[in-house]
Ligand binder design. Sequence first.
Ligand SMILES: Cc1cc2nc3c(=O)[nH]c(=O)nc-3n(C[C@H](O)[C@H](O)[C@H](O)COP(=O)(O)OP(=O)(O)OC[C@H]3O[C@@H](n4cnc5c(N)ncnc54)[C@H](O)[C@@H]3O)c2cc1C
Length: 291
Amino acid sequence: MRISELYRSGTFDLSVEIFPPKNESGDAELFRTLEELIRYQPAFVSCTYGAGGSTSKRTIELCETIQNQLHTTATAHFTCVASTRDQLVDWLQSASDAGINNIMALRGDPPKGQETFVPADGGLKYANELVALIREHFPQMGIGVAGYPEVHPESPDAETDLANLKRKVDAGANAVYTQLFFNNTHFHNFRERCVQAGITCPIIPGIMPITEFRRIQRISSMCNSEFPVELTEKLEAVQEDLEAQFEIGVDFAIRQCQELIDDGVPGIHFYALNRSPACKRIFEALGFHEA
Ligand SMILES: Cc1cc2nc3c(=O)[nH]c(=O)nc-3n(C[C@H](O)[C@H](O)[C@H](O)COP(=O)(O)OP(=O)(O)OC[C@H]3O[C@@H](n4cnc5c(N)ncnc54)[C@H](O)[C@@H]3O)c2cc1C
């Protein structure tokens, strides 16, 4: 199903994000994970596009396998990094030829050590340009874009960031998927501001269960998200006990998701990190069961 057809009134759609593993054993583990998670009938599984375009072909191949072997809709992430317009269109054509009908359209991050994003010669500078390019060449494609409840780190302020998000939606995006966050107040305020700014498409919260103390610092610095002190302290107190950390992280995510559902979100996008146990526990607790 295309993203444009999801989140209709009265439906609730789960989606799961994975990344291309680095080797064959990672692939095997990923497919074991996916076999577990697709039993919960996610609306789609999305596969990221490696930094610097490093997984260009792999992203399409994995999406193709997910669709053909697991019979689940796939969404391919795609960035503007290091590509001319023609190369972007070629890649989109390959994705379309592979039967992919949904793209998560992103600008991508600047390479490590670089503060600002420099587009390739003849390339695109912002995700709204990529959305427009997709709409021009593949008008039927479902398009998701990224939104930032705690503001994109390069943005001077929340208002500017929101105006830029609106450009993506006005260019033809069908839904906004948020950066992960742990404090629902940020999402709630962001959604209100989106409505006030005239962004009317579905806004889907992105949730990552954090089940290990050692991951907190990396995750927070990667995504600029405020990490709750209470959760940090709880995880730190049992940092030698993996099982206890798992329970604490899952419990936190269940409460966070339940609150979002009670608040009327039309779906949740799970950053699954290629693993199933935490997501499975959360899905079950939220009342989604294996088909
Ligand atoms: C759901 C999700 C999935 C992601 N998947 C991937 C992935 O697979 N691969 C990957 O490499 N990265 C991924 N990212 C990270 C993303 O690439 C980075 O956050 C990147 O820094 C910004 O991408 P964007 O699409 O939000 O860019 P943009 O929307 O282009 O925004 C980038 C910055 O430029 C500003 N801006 C936007 N448009 C304009 C304009 N027209 N004029 C002036 N300023 C503007 C924005 O306010 C923002 O500060 C993902 C992020 C999310 C939330």
